[in-house]
Design a protein around this ligand. Structure first.
Ligand SMILES: [Fe+2]
Ligand SMILES: [Fe+2]
Length: 487
C-alpha cells in the first residue's frame, strides 16, 4: 500500500501516486525525463548547473513539513510528482454536474477541453524558467540568487505535474503534448510559448520581482480555479502546486519592497525630497520611484491579459462542465450553476468605459480577474506603507484595467493609467511616461552588477529582514564556484 503523504524515492521519480505499480506511466515519464534534463541544461539557469544551491525540495504533502532544505546541484534536484491527499466523498463543485461525485477518470465529453487547459497551464511553467535564465549572472546577492533558482526548480516541478496528468490520463496525444511542452520556447519566432506575457523578456531583477509578484499571481489564480475542478487528479495536483507558489509571490513582493526601501533610504541620506527629481535619485545608484511605477504598470497590464476576454464562451463552458471553478468556489454561497445570474463587467460601449451587467456564466474570466486585482492590492499597500514609514511622498498605484491591454474589451483602444481614452498619436507621444522607456531600461541595466559575496547586497536593494530557513545574514546560499563574476 503506497503512503499517500510521504514521497516514494525508490523509483527514479519521487512521487506519492504509486508510480512503481503504474508501469505504463512510469515508462512514459522515464522516457520523457532525459528530454527534460536536456531542456533544463539548455534553457534553465545559465552558468550555474554545477553550483551548490541551498534549496527546498518537496518531500511530502503534509502541510506541517512538506519541504526539506539542503545543498543540491540543480540538475540533480528531485523533481517529483505530488498530489494533495484525496478528499473522501469530494463532489463536482459547479456547473451542470454540481453535487455528483468528482471524476477520477477523464470525462469523455470534456476530454479535449481538459487537455487544452492542462497544456496551457503546463506551457507557462517552463516558459518563466526560460525568461529568467540569464538573471543568475547579475544576482544582487546570493540570497536573491537562491530565491531565483528556487522559483526556477519549482516551475520545473510544475511542468512535471502537468506532464504527469497528460501521460497518465491522455494516452498517446498526452505524450505528444508533453513532448511539445519542451519544444516551444519563450520568445521564439517559430514556436513561441502559448500566452503573451510568457514571451516577453525579463530583462533585469526589478522585472523579475514584478513578474513573480504580478504574473505568478495570475498563475496562482489559474491554479485556484483548476483546484476547484471536478476532475479530481487535476484538483489535487493544483492544490499542492499552490503551496509552492506562495513563495514565488513572497519573492516578488519582498523584492520590490526592498528596492523601494533602499531608494527611500538613499534619498533621505542625500536629502532629496522630490521623488520626481529622477536624475538626482539615479545619481545615487538606486532606482527612482517613478520608474518602479512604470515597471509595475508594465507587468500588471501584461498579467491582466492572461485572464483572456472578459466575456468568454470557453470560460462559460469550462465552468458549466465542472472542469474549472471560480476562485474559492466551494466557499461561495450561491447555486454554483449561475444559469440566471448576472455579473458586472467593465466594457467598452460606444467609445465609453461602462459597467454592464452580463450573464454570470459568460463573465467567469472577469470575475477571476476581479479576484486577482483584489489579491494584488495587498502587496501594493504594503509597498506604500514602506514609503509612508520612510516619509517619502509617493504612492505606487495599479493602473486602470483599460491601460495597455492586448486582450479583451480594451485591446483595440488606448488609455492612460486613469482609464481616460487616448488617440493613437497621444498614446505614442506619452507612452514613455507610463511604461519603461529604452532609457529607463538602460539605466536599470547599468545597476545590474553581480554581488556574490555572502551577506553583501548590491547598492540598489536592501537586505531582507530574515533569511531563508532562518539562516544568518552571511549564509552562503549558493556556492557559486567555477562561475566567473563579471563585475
Ligand atoms: Fe508554477
Ligand atoms: Fe510560480
Amino acid at each position: 500500500m503506497a503512503d499517500l503523504v510521504n514521497v516514494d524515492y525508490n523509483t527514479s521519480i519521487p512521487n506519492n501516486v504509486n508510480l512503481a505499480d503504474d508501469r505504463r506511466v512510469l515508462k512514459a515519464l522515464e522516457k520523457w525525463h532525459p528530454g527534460y534534463l536536456n531542456w533544463w541544461s539548455n534553457m534553465g539557469p545559465e552558468g550555474f548547473q554545477e553550483s551548490l544551491v541551498y534549496l527546498r525540495t518537496a518531500v511530502s504533502v503534509d502541510p506541517k513539513g512538506w519541504a526539506k532544505f539542503g545543498y543540491v546541484k540543480m540538475p540533480e534536484y528531485r523533481w517529483g510528482i505530488l498530489l494533495a491527499p484525496e478528499e473522501e466523498g469530494r463532489t463536482i463543485p459547479c456547473g451542470e454536474h454540481a453535487g455528483k461525485p468528482a471524476w477520477q477518470e477523464v470525462p469523455g465529453e470534456y476530454r479535449s477541453m481538459l487537455r487544452r487547459l492542462i497544456v496551457i497551464q503546463g506551457d507557462t511553467e517552463p516558459a518563466s524558467v526560460e525568461q529568467q535564465r540569464h538573471l543568475g549572472q547579475t544576482a544582487p546577492s546570493l540570497y536573491d540568487m537562491r530565491n531565483l533558482f528556487q522559483v526556477n526548480v519549482e516551475e520545473g516541478r510544475h511542468l512535471w505535474a502537468m506532464v504527469y496528468l497528460l501521460q497518465k490520463y491522455f494516452g498517446a496525444d498526452g505524450r505528444e503534448e508533453a513532448d511539445m511542452l519542451l519544444e516551444r520556447q519563450s520568445g521564439s519566432e517559430d514556436h513561441p510559448r502559448m500566452l503573451g506575457a510568457f514571451n516577453e523578456a525579463t530583462p533585469d531583477w526589478l522585472s523579475f520581482f514584478m513578474f513573480t509578484y504580478f504574473t505568478d499571481r495570475d498563475g496562482k489564480m489559474q491554479l485556484e480555479a483548476l483546484a476547484q475542478s471536478g476532475f479530481d487528479p487535476l484538483s489535487r495536483t493544483c492544490r499542492f502546486m499552490l503551496t509552492e507558489e506562495a513563495h514565488h509571490m513572497f519573492v516578488g513582493e519582498t523584492g520590490v519592497g526592498r528596492v523601494i526601501q533602499r531608494t527611500c533610504e538613499a534619498m533621505k541620506e542625500a536629502g532629496i525630497t522630490d521623488p520626481y527629481d529622477i536624475n538626482a535619485v539615479r545619481a545615487l545608484g538606486v532606482i527612482d520611484l517613478p520608474t518602479i511605477q512604470k515597471k509595475a504598470n508594465m507587468h500588471y497590464s501584461l498579467s491582466l491579459d492572461l485572464f483572456g476576454s472578459e466575456i468568454s464562451t470557453n470560460a462559460a463552458n469550462a465552468f458549466n462542465s465542472g472542469i474549472k471553478g471560480r476562485y474559492r468556489e466551494a466557499k461561495i454561497e450561491d447555486d454554483h450553476k449561475l444559469e440566471k445570474d448576472t455579473y458586472p463587467v467593465l466594457r467598452l460601449i460606444d467609445g465609453k468605459v461602462v459597467i454592464s451587467d452580463e450573464p454570470a456564466l459568460s463573465a467567469i474570466n472577469m470575475r477571476l480577474r476581479d479576484d486577482y486585482v483584489k489579491d494584488a492590492t495587498g502587496g501594493v499597500n504594503r509597498w506604500n506603507n514602506i514609503l509612508k514609514k520612510e516619509g517619502v511622498e509617493f504612492q505606487i498605484t495599479l493602473p486602470h484595467v483599460a491601460f495597455h491591454r492586448h486582450q479583451g474589451e480594451f485591446s483595440a483602444i488606448h488609455a492612460d493609467p486613469e482609464g481616460n481614452l487616448l488617440s493613437s498619436e497621444e498614446w505614442e507621444k506619452r507612452r514613455d511616461e507610463w511604461l519603461p522607456s529604452k532609457a529607463d531600461g538602460d539605466f536599470i541595466d547599468s545597476l545590474m552588477k553581480p554581488q556574490w559575496e555572502p551577506g553583501k547586497y548590491a547598492g540598489w536593494i536592501s537586505p531582507p529582514r530574515v533569511g531563508i530557513d532562518n539562516k544568518p545574514g552571511d549564509f552562503e546560499y549558493v556556492k557559486v564556484s567555477g562561475v566567473a563574476q563579471n563585475a
